[in-house]
Design a protein around this ligand. Structure first.
Ligand code: BG6
Length: 486
């Protein structure tokens, strides 16, 4: 543990869904494995008037939902509860906010991490209150949840508001995908092995696909989701971060500036998708009623209870215009109510330059598949001779060199993304957080696509729940002789 590790964490929005599903269980994981410093205190706040006991009960239930009985134990749970203090505060209510500020003052004994997990419109206001109370100086950090805005203009407004109080180095923007083991392993795979780098470029890679498919619908978050959609909710952040880590140049070291400088260069190299390209390079979709795993599910509009043109699926044909990737399409695709949950990066290599076995041998290009969810797995697809005496010429089969990371590291705990992110934030390491210029570069590109859609009058096409999106998503890729990996 480094010297600057924080001794107080304040979670705003602690009664919300994210806190209950991820944040509090992550603290338990860190507590259980001895990663929290002995004197760390956690001040949780939300609008609900709850007693300490009622809040602690909600913590217990959140942990029980996340961890099996075998993964929990009473001593660690009680040690975590001892650290937690709940205090209600209405952000528009000066008296309760003032009381919260007094509590923070009384609990503060060193560095502080403020995790802002409220609606982003409150970020500037919370930061201003902390700043005015002298609680936002050196040694304090602000951890911000997405969405940082709805477009470039609103993200600038939020970033300016927070930036008036916290300098950029003390602002930690969360993209929880960066906290995932599999995502960090992408960096390990690329930069811990000499094998891939010589092949990692347009000379050897023909196409890249990044898919983040979910089977869930909007899960009671319709009001938020409908103002957001797949592009803002997933593509602007998670998919673009995966794209950055796949496409970036090797940073000189694994530190916040070096890594984020390289990611930024990728975002700034994304070719704009103009109005003329909108129909051929992008598809928006919205699910209608269908079935997933044989279970009937309603359509998006039925779930929402009203009509809407929000996209629940988006597919893009993107290009990173630089020397390394010139001419290589990056197909990005994300959607709700897809047939199965799957997050993966697929790199297809170029064909052999000449087949000595003739056309009948059907030699397929090699491919590297990096699956991040639901299982972490790396597969290298190779061509192999199909055993036999080959009287009609050699036959080939595609086989996989398969690495199941859960099996290989079966004794390692499966961590929640926030365990890693919380620990890094407590210790002040921003490498796995998003810098302001990255968010803004991502918005510039995404805003351009929305403008093209509006100019071209494009609306989402429907797809039945349980399918891989509208038919035009297939056309988007097949038009170029490629096909989605499914
Ligand atoms: C969140 C989105 O950022 O990521 C959700 O707001 C989405 O809509 C979630 O379901 C997916 O995260 P994960 O970790 O389940 O892949």
């Amino acid at each position: 543990m480094t010297a600057q590790s924080a001794s107080l964490m304040v979670i705003f929005g602690a009664t919300g869904d994210l806190a209950q599903r991820m944040l509090l269980p992550s603290l338990y994981g860190l507590q259980r494995d001895g990663y929290l410093r002995a004197d760390l205190k956690v001040l949780c706040t939300g609008r609900s008037e709850l007693t300490q006991d009622a809040f602690r009960q909600s913590v217990i239930e959140a942990i029980e939902r996340r961890y099996s009985a075998a993964e929990r134990d009473a001593a660690h749970l009680s040690a975590l509860l001892d650290r937690i203090h709940y205090q209600a505060a209405g952000l528009n209510d000066e008296a309760s906010l003032g009381a919260l500020i007094e509590t923070i003052k009384s609990l503060r004994s060193g560095d502080v991490v403020y995790h802002l997990s409220t609606a982003p419109r409150f970020y500037a206001q919370i930061c201003a209150a902390l700043g005015a109370a002298g609680l936002a100086g050196p040694g304090t950090r602000a951890l911000l949840e997405k969405p940082i805005g709805h477009d470039l203009a609103s993200s600038i407004e939020i970033n300016d508001g927070v930036g008036r109080v916290f300098e950029e180095e003390r602002i930690f923007r969360v993209d929880h995908y960066l906290g995932k083991e599999g995502v960090q392993n992408l960096l390990a795979l690329r930069f811990g092995n000499a094998l891939f780098e010589p092949l990692w470029n347009a000379r050897h890679i023909a196409q890249v696909q990044i898919t983040v498919a979910e089977t869930v619908g909007v899960e009671g978050r319709g009001d938020y989701y409908d103002t957001s959609g797949a592009m803002r909710d997933m593509l602007q952040n998670h998919l673009l971060q995966l794209l950055c880590l796949t496409a970036m140049e090797p940073p000189s070291q694994f530190d916040p500036s070096a890594v984020r400088n390289e990611k930024l260069k990728v975002l700034r190299s994304l070719r704009p998708i103009d109005r003329e390209d909108a129909a051929s390079h992008s598809v928006a979709g919205q699910y209608t009623a269908g079935a997933i795993d044989g279970v009937a599910v309603p359509g998006y509009r039925d779930e929402l209870g009203r009509s809407s043109d929000t996209e629940t699926f988006v597919a893009l044909r993107a290009h990173v215009d630089n020397w390394r990737w010139s001419g290589v399409p990056f197909y990005l695709r994300t959607g709700k109510r897809m047939p199965r949950r799957c997050t993966e990066i697929f790199l297809q290599f170029r064909k052999v330059p000449h087949s000595i076995f003739g056309e009948d041998a059907r030699i397929q290009p090699n491919a590297l598949v990096i699956q991040l969810q639901p299982e972490e797995r790396i597969s290298l697809m190779l061509m192999n001779k199909t055993p036999g005496l080959d009287r009609d010429g050699l036959k080939f089969s595609q086989v996989a060199l398969d690495l199941d990371l859960h099996e290989t590291f079966e004794h390692a705990h499966r961590r929640l993304a926030y365990e890693r992110l919380y620990l890094d934030a407590l210790e002040g390491n921003g490498t796995l957080f998003v810098r302001r210029d990255e968010t803004e570069a991502a918005w510039i590109w995404v805003d351009g696509i929305f403008k093209s859609w509006a100019d071209a009058g494009m609306k989402p096409k429907t797809y039945p729940a349980g399918t891989w999106g509208p038919a035009s998503s297939v056309a988007l890729i097949e038009r170029h002789g490629d096909s989605w990996r499914e």
